[in-house]
Ligand binder design. Structure first.
Ligand code: FES
Ligand SMILES: [Fe+2]
Length: 464
């Protein structure tokens, strides 16, 4: 922690139960303590920008989705004047107006209890027997649907319950530019899955914040990965035996194909089809140079193929050079994008209870304009151990319930993090403490872009 922290800030932080005092140690109670969970609900979730829906879910005027977070529910609706959001509660006696996604046509939103109505702009259009109410109770401002803040970015609508929060883009920071360069707003859903995990929402997020778990959790990837950042395994073996330049290229194609079958959007099947054609490309004799030549060629060929197919492709080699990206890009507090070439995987994780969460995964792709396809309107919900999940998330999910249980061991006080590679976990956890401590808005919003620095980040000074 920086030493120049003001004492009032320090005092407020000290009052947070189970707070992170050593940035390399994360107290176990943060993942199951009911009081901590209640504090998150009260002081954290009401103040942060939350990815509420992909805009593809509401393509036509009148289309809406319901976004829920803990006990709150918001309607996000496409209107003639753009996308709007409203608190999902009848202004008469509070009934939730919508339950899931839908389309409000001419009749608008109709309360199922006494039949009050609103148009898609949230304006009240009907009250049965107005004269039975005192006039001031039916004041327009009182009975129109209560608006919720909403901003659009990256093909998604984000909501915030806090009218004083800084604009979304200020909170996101440079990650927004990195992803804009990759045409993030033009990505379309290929598929959408969801599952309920018996783990705290933060634990689920943290399984995707570092590459240190790949060796043991995803051995099929580790064996194909070029080299190892962590040295030999317990038997003293390195993962990939070197080989000739041709073997190195073949292994690289195999690696990308395994990533694709294991996690779809990370490398899309259309991209693998391009890579397969590079197996016999001309390559330098030196294996290392051959691998670099392969990836350079792969980026150029995937760009060319996308453009030829009419996809809203970007120049992958140029963008990679000008806007280096992280393999997992995090948008605090609960949204992820995983770029490789042009396609991406995406995650959103929401708390349900202290020890359960809802985990959604998308495979996203830059589709040729005018391509005929079915946009999913809701996720396919599977048990977390379903073999319908692609290999990679299934492997990640398999550890999580066991980890949640292990955290309860009576001598398990805290997680110990790699200072250099698991810092992302520490960074966002300390930012949560900032919210729980009620630190001033400017301090919290300055920390967010730092926290959004991505996969394998080291522990950063987040300003408090
Ligand atoms: S509660 Fe909605 S109309 Fe009465
Ligand atoms: Fe993983």
């Amino acid at each position: 922690m920086p030493t120049n922290v003001k004492t009032d800030v320090q005092g407020a932080l000290n009052a947070v139960p189970h707070r992170v005092t050593n940035p390399e140690l994360i107290p176990a109670e943060r993942y199951y303590d009911e009081e901590f969970f209640r504090l998150e609900q009260e002081r954290f979730w009401p103040h942060v920008w939350q990815m509420a829906c992909r805009l593809e879910e509401i393509p036509q005027i009148g289309d809406y989705v319901e976004y829920t977070i803990l006990d709150k529910s918001v309607i996000v609706v496409r209107t003639r004047d753009g996308v709007k959001a409203f608190h999902n509660a009848c202004r008469h006696r509070g009934v939730r107006l919508v339950n899931g996604p839908g389309t409000c046509g001419k009749q608008g939103f109709v309360c199922p209890f006494h039949g009050w109505r609103w148009n898609s702009e949230g304006e009240n259009t009907f009250v049965f027997g107005r004269e039975i109410f005192s006039e001031e109770l039916l004041d327009r401002a009182e009975i129109d649907l209560a608006p919720c803040r909403v901003e659009l970015w990256g093909g998604c609508a984000f909501i915030n319950f806090d009218d004083n929060a800084a604009p979304l883009l200020d909170c996101l920071g440079p990650v927004a530019q990195r992803l804009n360069a990759r045409h993030i707003d033009k990505l379309k859903m290929d598929w959408w899955y969801a599952t309920v995990l018996p783990t705290n929402w933060k634990l689920a997020m943290e399984a995707f914040m570092e590459g240190y778990h790949v060796m043991q959790t995803h051995p099929q990837l580790h064996h194909l990965a070029p080299g190892s950042a962590y040295g030999p395994d317990a038997e003293g073996k390195m993962p990939t035996p070197g080989g000739t330049s041709r073997e190195v290229i073949n292994t690289s194609v195999d690696f990308m194909a395994r990533l694709s079958s294991g996690m779809a959007g990370m490398v899309h099947e259309t991209e693998v089809a391009v890579l397969e054609k590079l197996r016999d490309m001309d390559a330098p004799e030196d294996p290392m140079e051959a691998m670099m030549a392969f990836y350079a060629r792969a980026q150029a060929e995937i760009t060319k193929d996308g453009l030829e197919r009419g996809a809203p492709m970007f120049d992958i080699p140029k963008v990679n050079q000008e806007h280096p990206f992280a393999d997992v890009e995090f948008m605090f507090p609960h949204y992820f994008l995983l770029p490789s070439f042009a396609a991406m995987s995406s995650y959103r994780i929401r708390p349900l209870t202290a020890e359960t969460c809802l985990f959604e995964i998308w495979s996203l792709v830059l589709r040729p304009e005018g391509e005929d396809y079915d946009t999913p309107t809701s996720p396919i919900v599977l048990p977390y151990d379903s073999d319908q999940f692609p290999e990679i998330p299934r492997q990640d999910y398999s550890n999580l319930p066991r980890q949640q249980l292990g955290l309860h061991a009576s001598n398990f006080k805290h997680m110990r993090l790699s200072r250099d590679q698991e810092g992302m976990i520490s960074n966002y956890q300390r930012l949560i403490d900032g919210y729980l401590a009620g630190l001033d808005r400017e301090t919290l919003e300055k920390a967010q872009p730092i926290v959004n620095s991505g996969y394998n980040a080291p522990i950063h000074d987040i300003g408090f």
